[in-house]
Design a protein around this ligand. Structure first.
Ligand code: IPD
Ligand code: CA
Length: 271
């Protein structure tokens, strides 16, 4: 694959993230129509659907043969698929968006020949867009000012600020809560901010030392995982499993094994 393909995919992903941000901020209805998905607390709003339609259409306008995997259901393969696939979460942190809590993002990961090459995570209300290109480092644009991202180093878990998330199923939440109750007395502290894609970016930016969660989907981590590794961090599942198998971990490189061992031990107790 050519560097120029990756560069043009990044430019397109950044531009689409920008126009999607404008729609989600400027057209956010006061009374938003929504439906429940997997459980009554799992929401999809009219804006999740509108944003996914917009992203897919903008890609198709210029790259009609690319494939998609979208949280809100876009998965139709084109007749003559190219080697490029867009893995998109139109709003990661839908519950936050619904409540007008600013911690939500548009997440766009682009795979070429089955490997993520480009990741863009835009958080419009935080005025930040995180992005990475494979082999090219990770960056954040804050109100247009570009800064290189670098994970933290060297923290032990007792001095680490962690983050996690919960699924929408009550039985799963009971287990996640029990594991969290142990974690929070071991670590410096544990956050639950509500958007996995941004949690990955916060690890990349050194605003968190590590993140762990059971049960993510590819659109939650496609973009963010590249942003972490390009910022010098590590991602994966538990005990050598792949990222997004059952578990997803992201951490600064020094801390990853310790978090892996602890979550592995606690997962055997509660899951
Ligand atoms: C959710 C968020 C949340 C995480 C959940 C995800 P959604 O995505 O990323 O932080 O804990 O597992 O499902 O539903 O807001 O797109
Ligand atoms: Ca999501």
């Amino acid at each position: 694959m050519t560097e120029s393909l990756n560069q043009s995919l990044l430019a397109l992903a950044l531009d689409i993230a920008k126009s999607t941000s404008e729609i989600l901020v400027n057209q956010r209805p006061e009374n938003m129509a929504y439906e429940s998905k997997s459980t009554p607390v799992d929401l999809v709003t009219e804006m999740d659907k509108a944003a996914e339609r917009h992203i897919v259409q903008r890609v198709k306008d210029v790259r009609p043969n690319d494939s998609f995997l979208g949280e809100e259901g876009t998965a139709l393969p084109p007749e003559n698929p190219s080697n490029v696939k867009w893995i998109i979460d139109p709003i990661d942190g839908t519950v936050n968006y619904f409540y007008n809590h600013p911690y939500w993002a548009i997440s766009i990961g682009v795979e070429v020949d089955g490997e993520i090459q480009v990741g863009v995570v835009a958080a419009p209300l935080l005025h930040e867009t995180f992005y990475a290109i494979k082999g090219g480092g990770a960056f954040v644009l804050h109100d247009g000012v570009k800064k290189k991202l670098q994970t933290n180093s060297g923290a032990s878990i007792e001095k680490a600020l962690l983050s996690t998330g919960f699924g929408y199923d009550a039985e799963r939440r009971k287990k996640q809560g029990a594991l969290l109750a142990e974690m929070v007395v071991i670590a410096r502290d544990v956050r639950r901010a509500g958007a996995a894609a941004l949690d990955f970016c916060y690890v990349a930016a050194g605003r968190l030392d590590a993140y762990y969660e059971f049960g993510l989907y590819p659109w939650d981590f496609a973009a963010g995982s590249l942003i972490v590794t390009e910022a010098g961090g590590r991602v994966g599942g538990l005990a050598g499993d792949k990222l997004g198998g059952d578990w997803s971990l992201a951490a600064n490189a020094d801390l990853f094994d310790e978090v892996d061992q602890l979550v592995t031990k606690l997962s055997k107790k509660y899951f």
